[in-house]
Design a protein around this ligand. Structure first.
Ligand code: UGA
Length: 432
């Protein structure tokens, strides 16, 4: 099939590349000429394991076209995916839909034969209705079907999530569009149950409900972790014991720092706003957002107490600063408020992240980047394991640190407290 992805951000690029690998011809359009020029040279603007290889392969075979020419891309395609950003609006919780609506207005000028317009961007329930309204001023109303097809790709695991999805959600009541989309997704649908056709509004809400539920699960276990710390229980045991109940499930029950990234914080806030618009109190999600925000302060407090409230000139090492491993993404990473605070208190911070140096910390006078764990840990008073990159899972701290009395704060519970005790290392985890 011939597809057009509008927006070569995370969702558009990963989906476009993967669709081309399934044999489709895919036009990836962006209005950022530099980005398109880079992509045409095989330079991938995001950090996603495996993406570059698949991109290069399909580009060579001419199944993948990067262009700024929206008109040509749309005219040559049967299915158009809107994959533009929906960031949180300034000074509000609501999703900013201007990019989505701009695209709809552009499409209206171009479309002259039947196309399926798919919203892959995360958009509040009823956005599809609004997009349809913009487009339905077309002379022939039958020219388009506007469908919601949310994505469930995790950064760092996006290729795998695309090829082996738990489910494909198609929101449309058009039989024609549904039939075409089912055949588009057929190569990756193993069981028919994985393909779920629902209403457009239903699909829009499934996306927000899924992300908000996962955020709730994380906040829940994080609060249980707080209780574990007061009661001498290991939260890992609680996760295991709870998660073994199939009704609960063990995934997304890892206690850690506050959840971050470009999705959970934005989507939980947006769901509160959607609730307000439809006069429904989303009290659980409000609590989750509050709990996650206060967790950032709580962890700073914990660092202070680990260092006996003596922060000045303490040498602190951060291993990993991204919001999760296998990405270079710093959006809403809990390391940002922590490092900013510790910098102000004149701690001497060294950090290493396998995805490289971060612009977020460039101008902080007490913060420096090094490019390996050994140099990062050498003089540390306290090592904070912030992100669970594989590189940090088998470290020999006794060899890495030259001081005798250093401390380790393992925010991802990667190490065994009893083994650390045997090594005579002062070890602190989360909820244990
Ligand atoms: C999330 C969803 O998992 C995807 O299904 C969805 O498609 C995506 O948002 C999106 O809407 O685009 P992502 O933001 O890439 O994916 O990251 P996650 O793996 O979900 O992690 C989010 C945060 O939760 C991270 O800070 C991570 O460290 C934290 N987390 C996750 C925990 O603290 N504990 C866990 O058990 C799991």
């Amino acid at each position: 099939m011939k597809l057009c992805m509008i927006g070569t951000g995370y969702v558009g690029l990963v989906s476009g590349v993967c669709f081309s690998d399934l044999g489709n011809t895919v036009y990836c359009v962006d209005n950022n000429i530099n980005k398109i020029n880079s992509l045409n040279k095989g330079i991938v603007p995001i950090y996603e394991p495996g993406l570059e290889e698949i991109l290069k392969k399909n580009y060579k075979q001419k199944r993948l076209i990067f262009t700024t020419n929206l008109k040509k891309a749309v005219s040559n395609s049967d299915i158009i995916f809107i994959c533009v950003g929906t960031p949180t609006k300034k000074n509000s919780n609501s999703a900013d839909l201007k990019y989505v609506f701009n695209v709809a207005h552009e499409l209206k000028k171009i479309i002259n034969k039947y196309k399926i317009i798919i919203n892959k961007s995360t958009v509040p329930v009823t956005t599809g209705d609004k997009v349809e309204k913009i487009l339905k001023n077309l002379k022939n109303k039958k020219l388009i079907d506007v469908v919601s097809n949310p994505e469930f790709l995790r950064e760092g695991e996006a290729i795998r999530d695309f090829i082996y999805p738990d489910r494909v959600i198609i929101g449309t009541d058009s039989k024609k569009a549904n039939k075409i989309l089912k055949s588009l997704y057929m190569p990756i649908i193993k069981k028919t149950s994985r393909y779920f056709n629902t209403s457009r509004r239903g699909a829009e809400l499934i996306k927000y409900a899924s992300n908000s539920f996962l955020a709730t699960k994380i906040s829940f276990i994080n609060e249980i972790a707080n209780l574990c710390e007061q009661t001498d229980v290991d939260v890992k045991d609680v996760s295991l014991g709870m998660g073994s109940d199939q009704r609960i499930g063990d995934r997304f029950l890892r206690a850690g720092p506050a959840y971050g990234g470009s999705c959970f914080p934005k989507d939980t806030r947006a769901l509160i706003d959607i609730g307000q618009k439809f006069k429904t109190n989303m009290s659980i999600i409000k609590s989750v957002v509050n709990s996650n925000n206060s967790r950032k302060h709580l962890l700073i407090k914990k660092v202070k107490s680990i260092l006996n409230d003596k922060l000045k000139n303490k040498k602190i090492t951060f291993l990993g600063v991204t919001f999760k491993p296998n990405t270079d993404d710093m959006r809403e990473a809990s390391s940002i408020p922590m490092i900013n605070y510790l910098n102000k208190k004149n701690c001497k911070i060294t950090y290493y992240d396998p995805s490289g140096e971060k612009i977020d910390f460039k101008n902080l006078k007490n913060v420096r980047y090094v490019n390996n764990s050994s140099t990062a840990c050498l003089n540390a008073d306290l090592i904070i394991l912030h992100t669970e990159w594989n590189d940090f899972k088998l470290l020999n701290f006794r060899k890495l640190v030259k001081k005798k009395n250093f401390k380790v704060f393992d925010m991802r519970n990667l190490y065994s407290p009893s083994k650390m005790k045997k090594l005579n290392i002062k070890y602190f985890g989360i909820g244990r």
